[in-house]
Each structure stands twice: as structure tokens, then as C-alpha cells.
Design a protein around this ligand. Structure first.
Ligand SMILES: C[S@@+](CC[C@H](N)C(=O)[O-])C[C@H]1O[C@@H](n2cnc3c(N)ncnc32)[C@H](O)[C@@H]1O
Length: 377
């Protein structure tokens, strides 16, 4: 298999997070880092790979490439996939799933391409056992990945299993939560290190606050996860995994009181925020209140990190007004603070009517959102 020959792996990331993910991978020890659209290829020895899997906050999936080839037809895809001994990755009794993605290629239908790969996997099993494993997109034990771009196919195995943004703390959700990986990227971009309080006045379900707890307390992103795709890989070294996990877990620290706080106008959001933060024992030191931000006396000398309504799924037609008022609030009541505001578009950035030091595109699904840094004097 390709990854066994060259120790090269591929990290999938949300669009616009590539440079932040590349930096994180470098910090975790990856080498030969090459950034592409929504992904990063890197090489890593076994220990580094385990560390990346357990700790990355920004990457969505880590893939181990099995085979890559020029691919102009479904027939050739099937034939090439039949060359892999799938029985080394999957048991007859296990369920599998395939994430497929196709662009600018003769094979143009992602779903159908996934179906062809599924058939090839089942055919390999039938030839050997006269039986095939079940396919289950939702509750799969093993996940494979098919990517075809410019007629070049890559088939990989997903070493995380479930996508890595699923940290395990989101018990309750609200209408427009931020994805965990995006909230983690925001926390990184604030450069918040715990010297000042961090406050989120539109905290929703508390994704920014919970990621801030994990960041400050050095809680590995995979801390709550029990299952990993890599556990089923041939040659998986459990002893090494346990040792590296224990080393990362030993680094976890407490959260001092008064370092993290937030509020939201909606009771249901406050409830969700408290529940999510309290998944971690450190969450008890986060103060979360039900409050219209306009009633807050002041947010001075702190880091403000927040995601007011974009006006898409929530507060339709009101986003501009909300941002105008937020601009006034920041100017009048937040002296000495550094505010990081995620807005849903360039136009909404203007509505704040404040000078910003940073205006960074951070895609939120298909929304071209921007993180603004505003220094308040
Ligand atoms: C886009 S959501 C925040 C989502 C959050 N980042 C998360 O991950 O769940 C915006 C939030 O602003 C809140 N909100 C709207 N107007 C507000 C106001 N005047 N004061 C405080 N919160 C407000 C809404 O209740 C909503 O939860």
C-alpha cells in the first residue's frame, strides 16, 4: 500500500483553513508538508501520525493512501480497486462506508463512483469468502475515501473513522453552530494565551468557549473519542498509541476562574453552552449568562471572540442592524480589548463601521465569512 511504502498521509481540511492546518501539522511534527485545495499532504513516522490523529484541532480527516492511478472509466476504477486485498482492513462482520468526491474528470458522478468502489470491495470479499460485509454510511466500522480529480484517482482509508470535528462534547445544539474545527481556528487566530479573559457575547451553543477550554487546558481534540479507524489498521501499535495518549493527557491543566465567559440572549443557547462546556470538568469555571449583549456594562481589557448572527439561518434581514449596533457597543464599552468578530460577508464587515487590523476569509460551509480583528482604544 502507498502509505506503507512512503509514510505519506493526507489531511482533509475545510476550505480556507489550509494554512492554519499546515502550521498545526508542522507543530505536531509532520514533514514534507504540501498544501493543496482543502487538503495537505505530509509525511510522518508512526509516533507523529498517532500524535496528529489524537491532537489535531483543525483537520477534518486524516487519510492513509492505499492506491492512486490514472482513471478514465468506471470499469478501470473497478479493476484497479479489485487489486487491493480489502480483507486486511475489514472483517466480514464489520460495516463499511465510502466518502467519494469527483471533480473535472470523465467519471463525473461522485455517488456512482462510490458505488463502483463499493462493488469492487464486495467482489474481493465474495471471491475469498463467498460473502460480503455490509455497507452502512452512518454507522460504519471502517471508512474508505475515494477522490478523483483531473482523472487521477486516490483511494484511501480514513484513520480517524468519524470526522475529527466530532469531538464528543456537543450534547445539545442550536440553529447555526460553528463547526468545531472553525472555532478552533478562530481561537488560534486570536493568539489568546490566558493572560486576559476571553468573552463571547453571542455564545450560541458555546463552540468558541468549549474550544477555548480545550485550547487553554491542553485537552487533546480526541480526548473523548473511543473509536479510531487506525485501531483496525494492520500493524497498529496499541502500546505506542497508549503511551503517546498518556503523555498528551498528562499535559492537561486546570482552568482558573475568571478566564472564560460568555452570554447569549436565548435561554436555550445558554443551556446548550453550559452543557457543552461542562462536558469537561474545567467547564465549571466558565461563567455563562442569559443576557442581551447591549445590557453588558463593559467588556474592557479582554479578548472578545464571537460570531454574531449572519442573517442566513437566523435573524434574516437583521444582521446589518445587529452589526451596526455591535460596532457602537465595541467602540463605547470595550476599551483596551481586542475583538475578533466572525461576520457572514464583506458587506457585513462594513456594517460594523470600525477599522480592522485583520480581515481573514474563513469559509463557514458555503458562506464566505470573515474574521475581523478590531483593536479598541
Ligand atoms: C450565529 S449564532 C452563534 C453560534 C455559536 N458560535 C455556536 O457555535 O453555537 C448567534 C447567536 O447570537 C445570539 N444573539 C442574537 N442577538 C443577540 C443579542 N442581542 N444579545 C446576545 N445574543 C444574541 C443568538 O441567540 C445566537 O445564539
Amino acid at each position: 500500500m502507498e502509505y506503507q511504502k512512503n509514510s505519506k498521509y493526507f489531511a482533509q481540511v475545510a476550505g480556507s483553513l489550509e494554512p492554519i492546518a499546515a502550521l498545526e501539522l508542522q507543530e505536531l511534527g509532520a514533514a514534507d508538508i504540501q498544501t493543496t485545495y482543502r487538503g495537505i499532504s505530509f509525511s510522518a513516522d508512526e509516533a507523529t501520525l498517532y500524535r496528529i490523529l489524537y491532537q489535531t484541532r483543525i483537520c477534518s480527516r486524516i487519510l492513509a493512501p492505499l492506491i492512486s492511478f490514472q482513471c478514465h472509466s468506471e470499469k478501470y476504477l473497478h479493476k484497479s480497486a479489485m487489486q487491493i486485498d480489502w480483507t486486511q482492513f475489514l472483517d466480514l462482520k464489520e460495516k463499511f462506508a465510502i466518502n467519494s468526491n469527483v471533480s473535472n474528470s470523465k467519471i463525473s458522478n461522485s455517488m456512482y463512483a462510490g458505488q463502483v468502489l463499493k462493488d469492487a470491495i464486495c467482489d474481493v470479499f465474495r471471491e475469498k469468502f463467498d460473502a460480503r460485509p455490509d455497507f452502512d454510511a452512518k454507522e460504519a466500522d471502517v471508512r474508505f475515501n475515494l477522490h478523483i480529480s483531473e482523472n487521477w484517482a486516490n483511494i484511501s482509508i480514513d484513520l480517524g473513522g468519524e470526522p475529527l470535528h466530532k469531538r464528543g462534547y456537543r450534547k445539545e445544539t442550536v440553529k447555526a453552530p460553528l463547526q468545531e474545527t472553525l472555532a478552533a481556528a478562530i481561537i488560534r487566530l486570536t493568539l489568546w494565551n490566558g493572560e486576559q479573559m476571553l468573552y463571547d457575547p453571542f455564545c450560541g451553543s458555546g463552540t468558541i468557549l468549549t474550544e477555548a477550554i480545550m485550547h487553554y487546558c491542553r485537552i487533546p481534540a480526541g480526548f473523548l473519542r473511543k473509536e479510531w479507524g487506525i485501531f483496525r489498521m494492520p500493524g497498529f501499535n496499541k502500546e505506542l498509541w497508549d503511551k503517546l495518549k498518556a503523555a498528551a493527557d498528562n499535559n492537561i491543566r486546570d482552568l482558573p476562574e475568571g478566564l472564560l465567559a460568555g452570554s447569549d440572549i436565548a435561554g436555550v443557547c445558554v443551556h446548550a453552552s453550559i452543557g457543552n462546556c461542562n462536558t469537561f470538568s474545567q467547564g465549571r469555571n466558565v461563567v455563562i449568562k442569559r443576557l442581551d449583549y447591549r445590557e453588558i456594562d463593559e467588556l474592557e481589557n479582554m479578548v472578545i471572540a464571537t460570531n454574531p448572527p449572519f442573517g442566513k439561518r437566523l435573524y434574516e434581514g437583521e444582521a446589518e442592524k445587529i452589526l451596526k449596533e455591535l460596532g457602537d457597543f465595541l467602540k463605547q464599552k470595550c476599551q483596551g480589548s481586542r475583538a475578533y468578530v466572525l461576520v457572514g460577508s464583506k458587506e457585513l464587515a462594513f456594517a460594523l463601521r470600525l477599522r480592522y487590523k485583520m480581515n481573514k476569509l474563513l469559509k463557514n460551509g458555503d458562506i464566505e465569512s470573515r474574521l475581523l480583528r478590531i483593536d479598541l482604544y
